[in-house]
Design a protein around this ligand. Structure first.
Ligand SMILES: [Zn+2]
Length: 301
């Protein structure tokens, strides 16, 4: 880890600024406020993430203005930052033009919905070129799709877009954290572009987080690639699979192959100071999430 840039100290006067809020992905079907807020309360979430369209579909629902207002006000009352996860089908690097078009529309929709519900950012997967010969074109597609969305987001003061590296395989555009550097370069390091770090994806992509110092070194490498202030969200997920498997099967914190000590390093690393941390782990109703949230809070320095 020598030779990597140290994260810049945060300068916010707010004493809460360094606190890592801990929460979970939150179901929102049946009414955004009606479903998500009681769930967040039951799980003792300090941050929520929701889908605003089917996670495995392209339909773009308009949303219910009454529920939007209740959700926004409910989050404000609880000081609960909200994030949107875009549909898992989004792939800006696809060799199929219709998929790129739908992906762009889906992100535009999520940003509009994000403004309506007061979300901080929209998370999307980095995507893949699918075919070996398509890699360079894929990065051009990323640039062409994202720049107008990022400019629009800047003009209306958010939400931001956060790229999440994938688990690897299928000619991923970014799975190793080092690849976030070129990804951000593709959008000229736009100020509205941030990063979401998923521990299970990084592990699947070959970062050995389980070895002592492994999580720290991976976060150091992320900061070296993107700078100190780009990390805006962490998906803390343990894994059911081996390091480098490129498989993305989440496990509860401390119950999987990554193990609890790595998450203690995560909660102590200066790059995560003030950054919300949420789980996307297996759960029966809110129970699994509540346990994982309690574990992460306990690991908090
Ligand atoms: Zn994730």
């Amino acid at each position: 880890m020598s030779g990597l840039r140290a994260p810049q100290p945060r300068t916010k006067a707010d004493p809460e600024a360094g606190r890592r809020r801990v929460g979970s992905h939150t179901p929102a079907s049946g009414g955004l406020a009606k479903a998500a807020l009681p769930y967040a309360d039951a799980a003792a979430s300090e941050v929520v993430q929701v889908y605003v369209s089917n996670s495995r579909g392209w339909a773009l629902p308009a949303g219910d203005p009454a529920q939007d207002t209740l959700f926004r006000d409910g989050c404000a009352e609880r000081s609960l930052p909200a994030f949107i996860h875009a549909s898992l089908l989004v792939n800006l690097g696809s060799p199929t033009p219709a998929t790129v078009e739908r992906s762009t529309q889906t992100l535009a929709h999520a940003l509009r919905r994000g403004r309506a519900i007061g979300a901080e950012a929209v998370v999307f997967h980095a995507g893949s070129a699918v075919d070996a010969g398509h890699a360079e074109t894929a990065m051009r597609q990323v640039r062409e799709a994202l720049l107008p969305l990022l400019d629009e987001a800047a003009a209306v003061d958010g939400p931001m877009l956060l790229v999440e590296p994938s688990a690897g395989g299928g000619r991923s555009l970014a799975s190793r954290v080092e690849r976030l550097g070129p990804y951000l370069d593709a959008v000229d390091r736009h100020p509205m572009m941030g990063v979401c770090f998923d521990t299970c994806h990084a592990w699947a992509a070959g970062h050995d987080l389980a070895v002592e110092g492994g999580m720290t070194a991976t976060l150091d490498a992320l900061v070296a690639a993107v700078g100190a202030d780009r990390l805006k969200l962490v998906h803390a997920n343990d894994s059911k699979d081996l390091c480098g498997s490129t498989r993305d099967r989440h496990e509860n914190i401390g119950k999987g192959t990554i193990g609890e000590p790595a998450f203690a390093e995560l909660m102590r690393h200066p790059a995560t100071a003030g950054v919300p941390v949420l789980v996307e782990t297996p759960t029966e109703r809110h129970v699994g999430h509540a346990a994982d949230i309690a574990t992460l809070k306990r690991l908090h320095p």
